[in-house]
Design a protein around this ligand. Structure first.
Ligand code: SAH
Length: 460
């Protein structure tokens, strides 16, 4: 970079333009946008320059340039369009201590004037160090088209709010406020005029300050097994109020539709476009949105406290000092057992119920198979489809009856719910039929089929 861009204060400073023709007129048009004291020196002047002088906007020296004409000038232009006269202008003005620009003479100029897009007080200066004036004009045309005509007015209005906007925390909150103003609220109000823009900006600031006053918060919400009617009232209320909903793949679209219309929906379990988000990504996303002051709903299938990686998310929120609450949901086992008319516990049969996962981080999950193989045990097995054959082997090895009922409930509570009654012996084949999420209810048969299964057991 040979030319260092600066914006020079010209208010109350002197500027000399040597020359009275077209080149001088072009420079003067720009200079007259400033509040500099302008003097033009030449033997004859173009009519525009005479007019400006008559209007008192600049002073004329109707003679050849003399030493001292550029004294106390910050900058001076040689605009004679005549090599000899401009060389003289350069010499004299330099001796007077001014920085000199010779029009269309890059080599002799001590500074150059950039192409300008003027939305005063927003001014974009484009320089190519004299190498590509055509390119500079293109960029200028491009920006002229892109920057709203009212931008200058919006910036002027904004200036009056700079101090007030300091009440917003630095960083994202302040950036969001100004972003909203320049991108949507400002341009809309500007159509009605400067006062409307000022009022709109005032209102916008109030809204942002109010939003900042309530700190970010995360609700870890159970969405239930799929049927929207099985949402808790608290879950519905949280969805109504959410700014951001980060949901799992298992959450049904009908439930997502209940989220506030303006809420941002983030699918954290996206498949098809590559791998789903990592747990770290999800944690970071929750923290970021909460730190921005948003009400975040982390929506999980079933109950967040059942195979939901709840503790990892809470740890991340605690580490970032973000407040959270848990809204429990109906877990898949409850919906599954309801679909077969059974109870998870029963006096005289099982006083305990196990919630098992078929696989964990290390692969197929190990459990106390011997205890589970004893008669009368009941377990709800989540994520158990792929591990079905392996579990069958373990249980039988520990003496479980081949006839032990196992009911596979697929898509519990959803319109596409399917119940597959099996026994430990037939489980792997039957499970292969289930394509949706399924819970394996070990030790339970659908109520209507219960008697028949008991008889079969006796016959064995
Ligand atoms: N937190 C969830 C469980 C998440 S683990 C809950 O409480 O239900 C995901 C597993 O849950 C699935 O592999 C499946 O075994 C089970 N699951 C979730 N929704 C289900 C549904 N509607 N029907 C059957 N099983 C379901």
């Amino acid at each position: 970079m040979n030319h260092f861009p600066v914006f020079l204060t010209l208010d109350g400073r002197r500027v000399l333009v040597a020359g009275g023709g077209d080149a001088a007129v072009a420079k003067l048009r720009l200079l007259l946008k400033t509040t500099a004291h302008i003097t033009v020196v030449a033997e004859t002047f173009a009519p525009e320059i005479e007019d400006w002088a008559t209007q008192g906007r600049l002073k004329l020296l109707r003679r050849a340039q003399e030493p001292g004409d550029a004294l106390c000038c910050v900058i001076a232009y040689g605009a004679h369009e005549d090599a000899a006269l401009d060389a003289r202008a350069l010499r004299l003005a330099t001796a007077d201590g001014a920085l000199v620009n010779i029009v269309d003479n890059l080599a002799d100029s001590q500074f150059i004037t950039p192409a300008i897009v003027d939305r005063d007080p927003v001014v974009v200066a484009i320089g190519t160090e004299g190498t590509a004036p055509v390119l500079a004009r293109r960029i200028k045309a491009d920006l002229e088209a892109r920057l709203p005509k009212d931008l200058g007015m919006l910036a002027r209005v904004a200036k009056g709010f700079r101090g007030l906007a300091m009440k917003l925390p630095m960083g994202n909150p302040r950036r969001r406020f100004w972003g909203d103003y320049y991108e949507s609220v400002g341009p809309r109000a500007a159509a009605t005029g400067e006062d409307a823009a000022r009022t709109a900006l005032g209102n916008l600031l109030e809204t942002h300050l109010a939003a900042e006053a309530r700190p970010g918060h995360v609700d870890l919400v159970g969405a239930g097994p799929g049927d929207p009617e099985l949402l808790t009232l608290k879950a519905r209320r949280a969805l109504d109020a959410a700014d951001v909903v980060i949901h799992d793949r298992l959450v049904a679209p009908e439930i997502l539709e209940l989220a506030r219309r303006e809420a941002i929906l983030v699918d954290a379990g996206k498949e098809g476009f590559g791998p789903s988000m990592t747990q770290d990504d999800i944690n970071a996303l929750m923290v970021r949105h909460a730190q921005d002051g948003h009400h975040v709903v982390r929506l999980k299938g079933g109950d967040p406290a059942v195979f939901g990686r709840l503790d990892e998310e809470i740890a991340a929120l605690d580490a970032a000092e973000i407040a959270w609450t848990i809204v429990p949901g109906i877990t898949a086992a409850s919906a599954a057992v309801a679909s077969i008319g059974q109870s998870l516990t029963q006096r005289g049969r099982n006083a305990a119920i196990r919630l098992l996962t078929g696989h964990d981080m290390k692969g197929f999950a190990d459990h106390d198979w011997a205890a589970l193989a004893a008669p009368g045990q009941v377990a709800a097995i989540y994520m158990g489809k792929r591990a079905a054959r392996w579990m069958q082997g373990r249980l039988m090895m520990h003496g479980a009856s081949r006839a032990t009922p196992v009911t596979v409930v697929e898509n519990a509570s959803r319109p596409d719910q399917r119940v597959h009654a099996a026994t430990l012996a037939t489980l792997p084949d039957i499970v292969a039929d289930a394509t949706g999420p399924a819970v394996l209810l070990y030790g339970l048969a659908p109520r209507a089929a219960m008697a028949a299964i008991r008889n079969e057991e006796i016959a064995l």
